[in-house]
Design a protein around this ligand. Sequence first.
Ligand code: FES
Length: 122
Amino acid sequence: MATIRFKGYGETKASPGTTILEAARELGAPEGSDCGGCCSCSTCHVYVLSGSELLSKRDDDELDILELADDVRDGQSRLGCQAQVQKGDGIIEVEISKESFETFLSDNPSLRAKFTANAQKT
Ligand code: FES
């Protein structure tokens, strides 16, 4: 099992085949996902700060959609719905992009106060 650590939101264990988005949902971390994980919206955009070698590689479809994302960082930007754990026994550190965080808040207005307060602490 890999450990996926979401900056500011804690960590969760993830077995091979689990996506970063699925792990975020399991943990309750505020990652957006407007298309539901169909690789067509970029709202699940995250930065993989370390442990990228434990994840699946980006394919052409993911790269095409990442071109739609805000503030893309070379070597770190991933779509959470496409980045899948491939190997266990390691730590993957992830930062949820501002775009993804704002999408989550728009889709979950009742959680805005909770996550806005959390974000201010980190
Ligand atoms: S949830 Fe839409 S591209 Fe990942």
